[in-house]
Write a protein that binds this ligand. Sequence first.
Ligand code: SF4
Ligand code: SF3
Length: 560
Amino acid sequence: MSMFCFQCQETLRNEGCTQHGMCGKSSDCSNLMDVLLYSVRGLALAVELAEIPVPDNVGPHIERVLFTTITNANFDELRIESLIRETLRMRNEILHDYEEKFSDRTDDILFWNAATRNEFLAKSPTTSVLMVTNPDIRSMREMLMYGMKGTAAYAWHARRLGFVNDEIHQFLIHRLAQTSQSSHCTTENLLRLLRECGKTALSAMQLLNAANTHHFGEPEPTLVRTTPGTRPGILVSGHDLCDLEDLLIQTMDVGIDIYTHGEMLPANAYPELKKFPHLHGNYGGSWWRQNLEFESFNGPILMTSNCLIPLRECYKNRIFTTGTAGWPGIRHIPEPTVGHLKDFSEIIRLAKTLPPPEPLGIPADGTAEPEYLTIGFGFAQLKKSSEEIMAGLKSGEIRQILIMAGCDGRHASRRYFEELVKNVPHDTLILTAGCAKYRGNHLELGSIGNLPRFLDAGQCNDSWSILSFLNELREMMNVKDINALPVHFHIAWYEQKAVCVLLAMIALGVRNIHLGPTLPAFCSRNVLQYLTENHSLRKTGKIEEDLDAFQNEEKLLEKS
Ligand code: SF4
Ligand code: SF3
């Protein structure tokens, strides 16, 4: 069966995946996701038309659905099918309870029903992205959907820690409802909604930062060990710090160590997580290296969110998913009942029977010194360093700041970001967040004064820390906006959380963002032109030419 998906950077020929996903998603899975998103728009429209407060179960459900359809989160068709059923059930309940509000409506999105996989698949052609025939409207509507997916993912993690912002799920519901109706999908309205989405994305990142720092303390500069120990281990990947904490509690004094992978690396900087002596350190690099690194880890692996890639036989029997992550046939750790921890006992039992991890890329004879990564420059720490950074900028010791953040990916073209970090002048301070950090965090980049030159703010959602710090710096330096600071933005994007962060940056008025390694396939020519003309967004260029800008550009600090 054919499909259409163009939501991520690795989409086929930078146009769209049409037979199967380059990510490993089957066409059926992709088509079921289209139906799921259609169902969730219908649910949102039912809530709007019923003119009721958002029912308690609907807000979290919508977040879960949007997060589940993010690239590399969930490949399990049975889970997608059951989410469709659950969504239709919730919608039908509202239709039933507030029948009078729908008496004059005939919309398919409100009244269609189905129960079986075959019926869902039969429905899918009418729910495809391609049903919107105007390429500009399709482009903006999808960009909005991707921004909402990222926003929902961040809100989901915050909710798990008890932090909820009603305005975020109100936004998601209103906008899903609106964009289910073509009358609302005008250029003007969609542009407005995209700006609104950027602001909501910022709120979601701020909420998650509040949730994380409230529970786990402010991240602090930390050297994270990257060489494994001698005890069996469990490797935790994805973004969910709450899952990591539950696992750390359940593995106290049982003779095994816990390691982070990919986007879980920043967990090592939070005081309430690093206090566990068996949080040993980090193993490996960013998400796409899992098929190279999971084999030699030897122990169980827990995926708490994206990015999951097609599994290799050698670790298939020791990988688990939880939260919104899923893979067909792989054991999934369910949500706990209220007041309980997630039950990771099956993973722990398995870990005890398996050998310890093997070192990666260093001599295996145990003679090598442990290697470390430096992390822990979230907002509070950046703020603490702001006087020093301002003084450096004023004295010329720091000439400029490079923001190299976003996602990593497998294509060779991503070496651009590594080359950039390696070759920018030595008086450039580099700030990073998201898994793009793995393009620079292994390099010896030295320091400026007391500060490492490469400052890692954390996960992709911690881009909020970078943006808030720049705003702080702007105020301290008395310049009128962030664009007047000597800052260069080179953003690596891959999936929809990066789209959410990009919309947040645009909403803040950031200009001259270099986005790469390609521009999104979901942006039509006119939408790209709009972004170029109004926000000076551009594609990352040839590395030599882009580096020239660092040598030549003497940015004047405009006094406000
Ligand atoms: Fe293709 Fe990306 Fe969609 Fe996967 S998520 S099907 S790689 S566009
Ligand atoms: Fe990475 Fe998947 Fe985007 Fe959280 S984990 S930034 S790609």
